[in-house]
Design a protein around this ligand. Structure first.
Ligand SMILES: Nc1ncnc2c1ncn2[C@@H]1O[C@H](COP(=O)(O)OP(=O)(O)OP(=O)(O)O)[C@@H](O)[C@H]1O
Ligand SMILES: [Mg+2]
Length: 236
């Protein structure tokens, strides 16, 4: 890899308080513009790994580095400007009275000028096809609509690194296809945890497979998915 990676995990370990070790020495690096699928069975550690990308969890051992900065308490606000994390459950992301206030929250927090905030809201809501939902209450949307709005809240911050946890879960075919299309056009670096192998193949040049807190495969998506051990692990 020639350029400095945009995000790097170095032997990251993590144990939940009072729980078993969920990450057992995870190492990988993502290059600028790369789209990486994070695959693995339920409980493998995908969400735990993603929560480390923007410092919502800090490693028990090892290190996460974003744009050359170690992720630690004093770098959190810088890290969160660069890494946009969309949670597995959209209810964890939406907390304002209306959709447009939810989408405005990040840009306002970044201290952007009102005109720029307005432009960001507009383009993010448009990107996820949610124009008609703008004045609605986030709490009263369907599961798929919430997912789209949760993505818009993060797109509005224009992160260089977009991290998505199961973005296509519970989406109907049409909404899913639209989402894949949005993600195809983004030129940021992405890490996408998913059980949606078809989306992984379409979107991601690379696949990282985790099992029981360890990386068991990392390489070009098609090659990784063709491996018999991966096919067995993922029930392909
Ligand atoms: N808040 C928590 N407290 C304690 N243990 C947890 C917590 N969250 C997850 N775990 C445990 O950590 C391990 C990894 O869970 P994680 O949610 O990262 O898996 P995942 O790969 O995202 O699974 P899924 O595909 O079901 O979303 C599992 O054994 C899980 O039980
Ligand atoms: Mg998960």
């Amino acid at each position: 890899m020639s350029a400095r990676p945009v995000i790097e995990f170095r032997e990251v370990r993590y144990s939940y308080p009072g729980g078993a070790e969920a990450l057992r020495g995870i190492s990988f690096a993502v290059a600028q513009g790369e789209k990486v699928a994070l695959l693995g069975p339920n409980g493998a550690g995908k969400s735990t790994l993603l929560l480390h990308t923007d410092g919502l969890l800090l490693p028990s051992a090892g290190e996460v580095v974003v744009d050359g900065m170690p992720v630690e308490r004093k770098t959190l606000s810088e890290v969160r400007r660069r890494v946009g994390l969309v949670f597995q459950n959209p209810d964890d992301q939406l907390f304002m009275p209306t959709v447009e206030e939810d989408v405005a929250f990040g840009p306002l927090n970044m201290g952007l000028a009102p005109k720029e905030v307005e432009r960001r809201i507009d383009s993010a809501i448009r990107a996820v096809g949610a124009i008609g939902l703008r004045k609605r209450s986030s709490m009263q949307l369907s599961g798929g609509q919430k997912r789209a709005v949760a993505l818009a809240t993060v797109l509005a911050m224009q992160p260089g690194i977009l991290v998505l946890d199961e973005p296509t879960a519970n989406l109907d075919g049409r909404t899913r296809a639209a989402l894949v299309h949005i993600l195809e056009r983004l030129d940021c670096s992405c890490i996408i945890a998913t059980h949606d192998i078809d989306m992984a193949r379409r979107l991601c040049s690379r696949a990282l497979v985790v099992d029981d807190g360890r990386v068991v495969a990392d390489g070009p998506c098609a090659e990784v998915l063709a491996r018999p051990d991966v096919a067995e692990l993922l029930y392909l």
